[in-house]
Design a protein around this ligand. Structure first.
Ligand code: ATP
Ligand code: MG
Length: 383
């Protein structure tokens, strides 16, 4: 008997007329995720099936599919003809355990001659007859055998349901530029928005030689980790050196971070427009640092006209760290390399910047020329 993987999708079933669009997108993303492993991925009414693979590849297939956004859960299953004798043979063959069990049946098609209750009862009896050392426990069984009679003439028989990433298929919500630093927050923010179906274009501001190659490598490692969930990501490295030096030399140092962040947002918007993205993502969390107060966010937000998504705005640091650990970015994020924001960090950054004062400081700079120069410094790496 050959095994297959049954892949179930999450929220997509809530989509009315658009469901085909989401289903096709997920099929495409599933196929991309398993590339390099010989197998067949197809769609069958409300499910996807991965079959014709070498059983030695099953673990790797599960690991990859688990990370695909839009997948709710999966099971390693036997797919057989919907015929009681065939179902019974399969169940009797797959039992290799001791202890207690329960059969859970589900009948999606009423033309199958037995109700789900009848299937469970009959199969339970057949199992007990062959395996006298087993007992039934419907409340807390050691093993559950699921028998899912589908409406396509097939029955899926499986033990475990493996929970997956959930969310919406990457790309179905459009594209956004994510501001990715080497910190803990922005990789989590990127992950969370990608999970809502956004395709990501990453932007990293580098301050060479104040921040070195190791700092850049660290952010690339983080972007690659996120790409394990989203598929390929374009990674744009923008040089912030000149901008930081100019602000440092010409402006009141209290406004260093505020003005620098206004530059970051403007450049992010330019990159978004050039790459057909319609939103910006940051890892800001309200009140976490001086640049994340309402006043600071207001004065940095006003320089752009596209939506800025801040999925972590209401999260505590500990909650963010928990997600970072779950998605595998935490260990990299805590590596001790300088971030561009820390290089020229003023002793007392302004916490509630007054707009007029920010404008007055910023007027000392040739903002447009600095942005043009930064734009021409961009190095794009496909990850
Ligand atoms: P993080 O942990 O994500 O670095 P943080 O707590 O250090 O965040 P800030 O330094 O204020 O906070 O940065 C706020 C957000 O601005 C970051 O979450 C990120 O989205 C963006 N950002 C900061 N520095 C950079 C950078 N060098 N390149 C790209 N984006 C950056
Ligand atoms: Mg940071």
């Amino acid at each position: 008997m050959e095994k297959s993987l049954i892949v179930r999708y999450s929220e997509i079933h809530l989509k009315g007329k658009n469901i085909k669009f989401f289903e096709n997108m997920l099929l495409k993303n599933l196929r991309k995720s398993v590339s390099g492993i010989e197998c067949k991925v197809s769609r069958t009414r409300g499910r996807y099936v991965v079959e014709d693979y070498n059983i030695n590849d099953e673990f790797e297939l599960i690991e990859r599919i688990k990370r695909v956004f839009g997948v709710h859960s999966l099971s390693s299953a036997y797919i057989v003809e919907s015929n009681y004798e065939v179902i019974k043979e399969t169940v009797l063959n797959m039992i290799d355990f001791n202890g207690t069990f329960k059969i859970v049946s589900n009948r999606a098609i009423k033309t199958f001659p037995m109700t789900s209750m009848e299937i469970s009862r009959e199969l339970g009896g057949d199992v007990l007859e062959k395996f006298s050392h087993l007992t039934v426990n419907v409340r807390e069984p050691d093993h559950i055998i699921n028998v899912d009679v589908r409406d396509n003439g097939k029955t899926y028989i499986f033990e475990k349901i493996i929970m997956c990433s959930g969310g919406l298929p990457t790309g179905c919500s459009g594209r956004a530029v994510t501001l990715l630093s080497g910190g803990i927050d922005s990789p989590v923010a990127s992950y969370m928005m990608a999970k809502r179906g956004l395709d990501l274009e990453a932007v990293y501001f580098h301050s060479y030689p104040y921040t070195g190659d190791l700092a850049k490598e660290k952010v690339i490692t983080l972007a690659k980790r996120i790409a394990c969930y989203t598929g390929k990501i374009s990674f744009n490295v923008v040089s912030l050196t000149k901008i930081q030096e100019e602000i440092h030399n010409k402006c009141n140092e209290e406004f260093m971070i505020t003005i620098m962040r206004r530059f970051m947002m403007k450049i992010a918007e330019r990159i978004a427009t050039n790459t057909y993205a319609d939103a910006i993502i940051t890892g800001e969390s309200l009140g976490q640092v001086a640049s994340q107060t309402i006043e600071s966010i207001n004065v940095t937000n006003e320089v752009v006209s596209m939506p800025v998504f801040r999925p972590l705005i209401g999260f505590d640091k500990l909650e963010i760290i928990k997600i970072a650990k779950d998605i595998g970015t935490f260990e990299t994020s805590i590596l001790p390399y300088e971030d561009c924001c820390t290089v020229f960090l003023p002793a007392h950054p302004v916490i509630k910047p007054k707009k007029e004062m920010v404008y007055r400081e910023e007027e000392k700079l040739d903002v447009d020329a600095l942005i043009e120069e930064a734009m021409s410094s961009i190095e794009t790496i496909k990850l």
